[in-house]
Write a protein that binds this ligand. Structure first.
Ligand code: ADP
Ligand code: MG
Length: 343
């Protein structure tokens, strides 16, 4: 019998799957400057300008758990997730469209809360909600957000622009959102059978905020513009530092060295990681959900970038043939690996 070949998604992983599905997607319109493969697609708009556009989907039970995720925060976070990809192109976010799939178990008031959070984030970022779609869902809440932004073509930062010897910079700190999620999951487990649950979050409020209400780093894009710094490449940190470094290496055909002791990790992140017997470096490398920005600049800009006081230099770009490594304080090299397909 002629049996059709069946490949499990797990064999390819998230990024392998995207590559497989989009390998036939060639572009033919001359205004499509960049298609699949970056944080957003880039479309020419006039001679010097471009529009960037990106879409993100969040599913109940996969990307969020409504037993502890306040809907107002979820609305705020959805906007952050979308805007973050536009910022990663060094573009200014301008419009969003939101589509929702709702099950009958969710009351109108809850959706009003969701939109309160969406509107709050839009006001904060100067973004207009200009449309969307509403459908029924049989599998819980679905949120899709399309985000549109604008930039000068020559200021757009692609994942593919990193050069040999460039410095790798990151904003904020890594792993806090992941530890916030671990804390929420722990309290959910502990309090499952308790009648009036009182979760223990004292001392870890920052971690919760980083997971539930992450801020898009528009401030960074504004400062870079003021300082006339155009990074050679940029990506937002949504899947964890390791995964993003590997994406830059793949797109730029280069290697990288990341120094473990230079990765910024907040005190609360280390404290909870220690309490929960998790290695804080693993949380920082693979945690995800940080929505910070990672970018590269030429070595000659080291002082200028340091003076901003907004970024940490965690490593540098090497030749492709040398691969992507994490360097530990005792000098040993650990090969970086991507994870993907996770919250
Ligand atoms: P990000 O984490 O920055 O949102 P992703 O890893 O989701 O980026 O996507 C990487 C690239 O692949 C993007 O350019 C995105 O538009 C594209 N992409 C992802 N999924 C699909 C799909 N199902 N069909 C076409 N393009 C896709
Ligand atoms: Mg991204």
């Amino acid at each position: 019998m002629n049996q059709k070949k069946r490949t499990e998604i797990a064999e390819l992983g998230e990024f392998g799957l995207i590559d497989e599905l989009t390998k036939g997607a060639t572009t033919s319109n001359k205004r499509t400057l960049c298609g699949v493969g970056d944080d957003a697609a880039v479309i020419a708009a006039g001679r010097d300008d471009a529009t960037v556009v990106t879409t993100d989907t969040m599913l109940e039970g996969i990307d969020f758990d409504l037993t502890y995720f306040p809907l107002k925060h979820l609305g705020y976070k959805a906007v952050t997730v979308g805007v973050s990809d536009v910022l990663a192109m060094n573009a200014q976010p301008e419009q969003i469209m939101i589509s929702i799939g709702v099950s009958s178990k969710i009351p109108v008031e809850a959706l009003q809360d969701l939109y309160e959070g969406i509107n709050f984030a839009c006001n904060e970022l100067g973004v207009d909600l200009v449309g969307g779609d509403t459908t029924a869902s049989m599998t819980g809440l679905v949120i899709n957000i399309t985000t549109i932004g604008r930039a000068k073509r020559k200021a757009i930062t692609y994942r593919s622009g990193a050069q040999f010897n460039d410095l790798i910079c990151i904003t904020g700190n890594m792993g806090a959102a992941y530890m916030g999620l671990q804390l929420l999951e722990r309290e959910k487990r502990v309090l499952r059978d308790v009648e009036n649950p009182e979760p223990q979050f004292t001392g870890y409020e920052y971690l919760l905020q980083r997971y539930l209400k992450p801020r898009a780093r528009k401030d960074i894009i504004d400062v870079l513009a003021e300082e006339k710094i155009v990074p050679t490449s940029m990506i937002d940190v949504s899947d964890g530092l390791a995964s993003e470094v590997l994406q830059i290496c793949k797109a730029s055909k280069c290697g990288a060295r990341i120094y473990l002791d230079r990765i910024p990790i907040a005190k609360q992140t280390s404290a909870l990681a220690e309490e929960m017997h998790i290695d804080p470096v693993v949380a920082a490398l693979n945690g995800g959900n940080d929505y910070e920005l990672m970018f590269t600049v030429p070595l000659s800009m080291q002082e200028q970038v340091m003076r901003l006081g907004l970024v940490d230099i965690v490593g540098h770009i090497t030749r492709e043939s040398t691969g992507a490594y994490l360097v530990t304080p005792d000098g040993s090299d650990i090969m970086l690996r991507a994870q993907g397909f996770k919250e």
